[in-house]
Design a protein around this ligand. Structure first.
Ligand code: ZN
Ligand code: ZN
Length: 147
């Protein structure tokens, strides 16, 4: 048991997240991949904001502590379903049938300090005309990689 803690070095150990009303709580036990600011019109509507901060985590690393029964879902397309708290509306995650190994999270629901950082702005071609992006991360007109 001497080096038990070392198992989690560099993985950010355990992150905690929850919805606004607190009924839904979850943990992330693995690292957070490919954090992007998505400026597409769908994300803007889903968040009611200039952009969504999205990332991938492995499905097996995402676990509910409580409140899973409060999840409601919206089938956005034949591939993608978005899950949110039916009590407070916080967006918790989305799943894509083409990527069953991943859960797509909205980073604003994470309460923990995280070690990962955003890597890009995507769908910059469809950003709101009132938004100015002023950091130096790379911009992509649409998808950066596979999503
Ligand atoms: Zn809630
Ligand atoms: Zn988007």
């Amino acid at each position: 048991m001497g080096n038990y803690g070392a198992l989690f070095k560099g993985t950010g150990s355990m992150y905690h997240g929850s919805c606004l009303c607190g009924k839904i709580k979850f943990t992330l036990s693995g690292k957070i991949d490919d954090i992007v600011y998505c400026h597409c019109s769908q994300c803007r509507k889903a968040q009611g904001s200039a952009f969504a901060t999205n990332a991938n985590v492995k499905s097996y690393s995402f676990n509910f502590i409580c409140g899973e029964e409060n999840l409601s879902s919206y089938k956005y397309s034949t591939e993608q379903t978005k899950y949110f708290c039916k009590n407070c509306g916080s967006p918790i995650m989305s799943k894509n049938i083409n990527f069953p190994e991943n859960v797509r999270i909205r980073l604003g629901t994470i309460e923990s300090d995280i070690s990962e950082r955003p890597v890009a702005h995507i769908f910059v071609s469809s950003k709101a005309n009132w938004e100015e992006i002023s950091d130096s991360l790379p911009h992509y007109a649409e998808y950066k990689t596979n999503r």
